[in-house]
Design a protein around this ligand. Structure first.
Ligand SMILES: [Zn+2]
Length: 435
């Protein structure tokens, strides 16, 4: 496809006018100020007048199958919400439930400009199948939990699912868009022995590790009581987790010492502002992270703690919150926020050829319609994207060179079928829980 005469965001976060961008197979093959040659007679020329092109988003902390739990268990703290509502509901989810609810979540992700997600859940084979069919990229993990200090991991579901999915990926069951991470749910759902095994095996297999870290004050305090004064970040370091590339979600209560540890290790800190606000967890010190040069990404978290998977909204909330919390109107720039949601996310996922509009990179392209009330006047396009835009302004999402969404239509998802399946399955589970 050739995007002609289009406004675009380049790899240095500069807005360029009247540009031409060509894609070939999975990649961006040309960026310039003149029309490139067509590679075939059928190649589409997309009229870019009144449109804005940029890289798609990398949503680096999500639990996409939880979309079926949207609106379930409202008004509870993280711990009460998890143990009294979420865990009993999740015990009822079948493989097919996971497949359909993942498709529902994928629709929302794609429509809000996501190219890729880092996701933590269970029945990850079924999740991978659904995401792959929708055309998305994903780094998927099962966040291992282990409540018995003597548990043999050979009997641990999360552990076994991780290696099984890795085998499936290696055997070519899914497209190359699907990758596997090692998941360590959190310090408070594990113990020292298991964390050490996870760290060692992830390192041997060359897997990135995805975990929750310092999400609540309670987690931070109780971790220190459990582990001789160690914070969750120190617990991870002690177990050897930081020796692999890590993505840590939330990080609301990391101390300045923790930040030094995470910086030294090259870990990625995932900012989940909506979920942190909705569950009353607190506000992460993002301005400090950016000033210290930590690698910050953005994630929506799941639809039952957010309650949406709208990456455009997450970007907006992240930008507003950081400024309000620090009383500094210049705390993070629009470019800082976009960097977190694109190139930093791609690097966190180990996808070095993604995250920016650059020749040779994967063609993960989203297009905004600028000719809408909330995008006019178009004086500062990047500020408009971060502070004014809504997902509804996104008219195209192309992932790895394939258009997966255009003008409200999904190329590989039947909307009505997904709504019907998810609602019927929700009804069944609510009935089962009442019995
Ligand atoms: Zn989470």
């Amino acid at each position: 496809m050739i995007f002609s005469n289009i406004k675009m965001l380049d790899e240095n976060f500069k807005v360029l006018e009247n540009m031409f961008v060509q894609t070939k197979d999975e990649k961006i093959s040309y960026i310039g100020t003149t029309m490139p040659e067509k590679t075939s007679a059928e190649e589409e020329i997309y009229d870019g007048k009144g449109k804005f092109l940029m890289n798609g988003f990398f949503n680096t902390h999500c639990h996409v199958p939880m979309t079926i739990l949207r609106g379930y268990g409202e008004g509870l703290s993280l711990q009460d919400w998890l143990f009294t509502k979420i865990f009993p509901f999740e015990a009822k989810l079948t493989a097919e439930d996971i497949y359909w609810t993942t498709k529902l979540g994928a629709m929302e992700l794609i429509a809000s400009g996501c190219a890729s997600i880092s996701d933590m859940y269970f029945r990850i084979e079924d999740e991978a199948k659904a995401l792959d069919e929708c055309g998305m990229k994903a780094n998927i993990c099962n966040g291992v939990t282990s409540f018995d200090p003597n548990e043999d991991l050979a009997n641990n579901r999360g552990w076994n699912e991780t290696w099984a999915l890795l085998d499936s990926v290696k055997n070519g069951k899914f497209s190359s868009r699907i990758k596997v991470d090692m998941g360590l749910h959190a310090e408070y759902t594990n113990n020292d022995r298991v964390a050490k095994i996870i760290a060692e095996e992830a390192k041997k297999a060359g897997l990135n590790i995805h975990a929750h870290l310092s999400e609540t004050e309670k987690e931070q305090t109780e971790c220190k009581e459990r582990h001789e004064g160690k914070t969750p970040a120190e617990f991870m370091e002690n177990a050897g987790v930081l020796e692999s590339q890590c993505q840590f979600a939330h990080c609301v209560y990391v101390t300045e010492e923790d930040e030094e540890l995470l910086k030294k290790a090259g870990s990625f800190l995932i900012h989940n502002p909506s979920s942190n606000l909705k569950l009353g967890s607190g506000i992460a010190p993002v301005k400090r992270w950016v000033e210290k040069g930590l690698k910050v990404c953005i994630g929506t978290d799941g639809a039952s703690s957010n309650n949406n998977l709208d990456m455009m909204e997450e970007i907006h909330v992240a930008a507003l919150l950081c400024r309000g919390a620090t009383k500094d109107a210049n705390a993070v720039s629009a470019a800082d926020i976009v960097k977190m949601a694109t190139v930093n996310g791609a690097l966190a996922q180990g996808r070095k050829d993604c995250g920016a509009i650059k020749v040779g990179n994967k063609a993960d392209i989203i297009v905004f319609d600028l000719m809408t009330p909330n995008m006019q006047p178009d004086f500062d396009t990047l500020a408009n994207v971060v502070f004014s835009a809504q997902s509804s302004n996104i008219v195209m999402n192309m992932i790895d060179g394939r258009v997966v969404y255009r003008d409200g239509n999904f190329a590989f998802i039947n909307k009505e079928e997904v709504y019907k399946e998810v609602n019927e399955r929700l009804g069944r589970i609510i009935k089962e829980l009442a019995n």
